[in-house]
Design a protein around this ligand. Structure first.
Ligand code: AMP
Ligand code: MG
Length: 406
């Protein structure tokens, strides 16, 4: 049996990011940039007004003999247009937010600090002196031509999309999204729309994993459930090897019908198949037909937890992410963990910030078949291997499932 850390290291050593591709800008959200993005233009591309007001020479805004200065309005410039003449001494032009600064002007005064007789007025009084550059957004204030604005490996979110649109990228170079085959196993497992029959249970794992794979950023493909026969598994794996990653649940333990490892050995290789943890000791990793295969345990909680620990980082690495694992924090375990486990124990818990500390409450029965104790959990409290006891009020590490990877 290997440790969780060794298992993760051995898995990730076998995983490489997928190739780059171009996607339309509007489909890039959630994907990872395959190259640096360098600005080809200054942004904003031209000096423009930050306010609706009047463009003028700043020294013309000084009061004259204690009276507000009066300037002649020679025209106007709206956003999207350029002035057809310059602002000269003693004159001004109306200007709207986002409109290019007319030649000659070095300052803009907002309309609220002026007085005129309506939109047709030929004269305006300047009620306050303004310095040069007032309310002007200079060219290149936000981004400079030649500047690296986004780095390869960063995730594209809505704000990055806004920046990419500004810089004129209709398609974006990103790392491909992994396609993940999800395979259930077990003669007892029937689909969700089938009535329960004696001895049968519904397939929770495939649906849980489908959602978790999607949430991790990959495209899931549910391939149904293989029977506990070598033939059935072989048939399903023939289909599964068309994807970038195969995730199975069940059939990797030591029972008579735990045949996933047999097929792995027959058609590929097994790297390891047991991890010193619970829930989820039987986790197998290897390759089949050149495709990485992560064999998760059958118990739904074990499948869920081991996906978080191993499946999600694999998908993130394939997607080009460099931050692969969830952060850990110190928490006070208010209710303690009563069962001393020899294996590393990942305890479902709810962590909250209270009075300057993170406090954890376990979410109930920690049996690996008890799905309801997943429901309120946002963290896994980590009880070290070797029968360590966590008494109420003790401090432990918790892996935060609702915090971004670091
Ligand atoms: P196994 O590792 O195949 O022995 O499965 C361990 C436990 O998980 C058994 O109780 C199985 O019935 C259960 N199990 C296996 N696959 C699924 C599944 N897809 N959905 C729900 N429970 C499952
Ligand atoms: Mg089984």
């Amino acid at each position: 049996m290997i440790s969780v850390e060794e298992a993760l290291a051995r898995i990730l050593a076998e995983i490489t990011p997928l190739n780059a591709m171009q996607v339309p800008l509007s489909e890039a959200c959630g994907l990872v940039l395959a190259q640096d993005i360098v600005a080809q233009e200054d942004i904003p591309p031209f000096a423009n007004s930050a306010m609706d007001g009047f463009a003028l020479l700043s020294h013309d805004s000084q009061p004259q003999h204690g009276q507000p200065s009066r300037l002649r309005i020679t025209g106007g410039v709206a956003a999207g247009y350029v002035a057809d003449h310059a602002v000269e001494e003693g004159t001004t032009m109306r200007i709207m937010t986002g409109a290019p600064l007319p030649p000659g002007a070095d300052s803009v005064i907002q309309v609220e600090l002026t007085r005129s007789e309506g939109p047709d007025s030929e004269w305006v009084e300047i009620l306050e002196a303004v310095p040069p550059g007032n309310n002007i957004r200079p060219a290149g204030e936000d981004m400079r031509r030649g500047q690296t604005v986004l780095r390869q490996g960063s995730e594209v979110g809505p704000w990055e999309i806004g920046v990419l649109a500004t810089l004129g990228w209709p398609t974006i170079p990103v790392i491909q999204q992994p396609h993940v085959a999800i395979l259930g196993t077990g003669d007892e497992v029937i689909d969700v729309d089938e009535p329960l029959r004696p001895g049968k249970i519904r397939n929770s794992n495939s649906y849980l994993l489908e959602a978790a794979v999607r949430q991790a950023g990959a495209v899931p493909h549910r391939l149904g459930v293989a029977h506990d026969t070598v033939e059935s598994l072989r048939e399903k794996f023939t289909e599964a090897v068309r994807y970038n990653l195969i995730i199975t649940s069940g059939g990797v333990s030591v029972g008579d019908f735990d045949l996933v490892k047999n097929i792995m050995a027959e058609q590929g290789q097994i790297n390891f198949w047991r991890i010193n943890m619970r829930p989820g000791k039987p986790v197998a990793f290897g390759h089949i037909g050149g495709v990485p295969l992560l064999g998760l345990p059958g118990n739904p909680v074990s499948a869920a937890v081991t996906f978080e620990l191993f499946g999600r980082p694999v998908i993130r690495k394939m997607m080009g992410h460099t931050r692969l694992v969830r952060p850990q924090v110190d928490v006070i375990v208010e209710d303690g963990v009563s069962d001393r486990a020899m294996r590393r124990h990942y305890v479902r818990a709810r962590v909250e910030w209270r009075d300057g500390h993170f406090v954890a409450h376990t979410t109930g029965n920690q049996g690996s078949n008890i799905m309801t104790s997943l429901l309120n959990a946002n963290a896994l409290v980590i009880v070290p291997e070797g029968g360590v006891e966590v008494r109420p009020g003790d401090t432990a590490k918790a892996m935060m499932l609702d915090w971004p990877e670091e």
